[in-house]
Design a protein around this ligand. Structure first.
Ligand code: SF4
Length: 399
């Protein structure tokens, strides 16, 4: 409304319809709403307000002070002078290149010229011309500013979620590193006495060949001590205390081997998708097969009612990767941060040591690689299942 009144006043002044030599209109630069109006009241009401204000002032004035003020300000010159400064938006001439300004305003194609008037100008070109003359700013284009804000907001959200992911990974790595330290200590302490137990159990077993019952009992000791040895070896693997024997291998062959080793339940289908042009990389063959065996076994265990296992391989010049996806029950959200911790298992007592994923994590880290997991256990949010992705540098490190 202010903008319309502003234009009307100028037109009337120009046509000589106003009986005034000076028209002073309120026109602030940079206001997206156009010229502002101080009140919505009608003209006479405004006048009567001013009269009342003056009458009140006269009523309560201090006559002595007023006279003093009159003398004091007698020399004050209240005249005002004006200089001509034509700020009207000129006709756009072909020699003025408004393109850079229009670009800044986000007007790149015809459909961007909304000519909505929200900036106080009738058209986007008028607005651009005013910017050219230093009378307006780019940000006054509301649709553009809103769009930009949206973009900035989206970018902020993305970097925020990246930041919190990285933070979580850091916390996880730190926790696993301190666990690894503890695991190494325990493993080294247990390893030697365990070796002695095994050795003497074997010796006794050999000496008691005639006593069947004793032989069976000693066999049990050997079996369980062997199991403990495997757990200790697993702990050392998790703690990255083992050596990595890098050699040049075909990753696809390793994937196939891993798939062959684990017996596939009849109700589960398996598929390998190869997206790799060059399958050769440097890694420890046995350890990587171990990683595959662990992940594939877990995937099968997650599909008790059947499903599909998909192994995808890929890579670029710097790294190779494979992902193992199942259509199983998924991993509950609360278990995700504990997945790679040693001895964490959801399997029944005696069914798993809880070292499989910890060992997998250790082996991948020994290869200077990365392991990521995504999972959905909530059917209302889509198909359930889990995908582990392992990425390792194409060239191994030789110490
Ligand atoms: S607000 Fe933007 S889109 Fe609307 S007229 Fe002004 S410059 Fe054009």
């Amino acid at each position: 409304e202010g903008r319309t009144r502003f234009l009307e006043a100028i037109k009337e002044f120009e046509n000589g319809q106003l009986d005034a030599r000076l028209l002073e209109v309120l026109c602030c630069e940079g206001c997206i709403m156009g010229a502002g109006m101080t009140t919505k009241e009608q003209e006479f009401k405004r006048r009567s307000r001013i009269s009342k204000y003056v009458r009140d002032c006269l009523k309560y004035r201090n006559q002595g002070q007023w006279e003093k003020d009159m003398v004091y300000f007698a020399d004050l010159d209240l005249r005002r002078s004006f200089e001509r400064d034509d700020k009207r938006v000129g006709i756009i001439t072909p020699d003025i290149d408004l393109r850079p300004i229009l670009e800044r305003m986000g007007k790149k194609s015809e459909s961007d010229f909304l000519n909505c008037g929200a900036c106080g100008y009738d058209t986007c070109l008028d607005h651009a011309m005013s910017i050219y003359r230093g009378l307006a700013e780019d940000e006054m284009c509301l649709p553009y500013t809103i769009e930009k804000l949206k973009q900035t907001n989206e970018e902020l959200e993305k970097s925020n979620s990246k930041l919190s992911d990285t933070q979580q990974q850091l916390v996880q790595s730190e926790r696993l590193a301190s666990m690894a330290q503890m695991a190494t200590g325990i493993a080294h302490e247990v390893n030697n006495p365990l070796g002695v137990v095994l050795m003497y159990a074997h010796m006794l077993k050999d000496q008691c060949k005639d006593d069947k019952q004793l032989g069976e009992d000693l066999g049990m000791i050997v079996e369980q001590a062997d199991r403990c040895k495997k757990i200790v070896a697993g702990l050392l693997n998790f703690a990255r205390q083992n050596q990595v024997a890098f050699e040049s291998v075909d990753l696809n062959e390793i994937v196939e081997k891993g798939l062959q080793i684990v017996e596939r339940p009849k109700n589960i289908a398996a598929e390998i998708i190869n997206q790799m042009e060059n399958p050769y990389c440097e890694l420890d063959k046995d350890q990587m097969v171990q990683v595959l065996v662990n992940l594939i076994s877990n995937a099968y265990a997650a599909m008790p009612d059947g499903g599909k296992l998909t192994i995808t391989t890929g890579g670029n010049d710097f790294q190779v990767w494979f992902s193992i996806a199942d259509t199983g029950i998924g991993i509950p959200k609360e278990n995700m941060p504990k997945l790679f911790q040693p001895f964490f298992t959801t399997k029944k007592m005696g069914k798993g040591t809880g070292l499989g994923l910890a060992v997998t994590y250790g082996i991948v880290k020994m290869h200077r690689g990365d392991i990521k997991v995504t999972s959905n256990a909530d059917l209302s949010k889509g198909p359930t299942g889990t995908t582990f992705t392992v990425a390792i540098p194409r060239a191994g490190r030789r110490e």
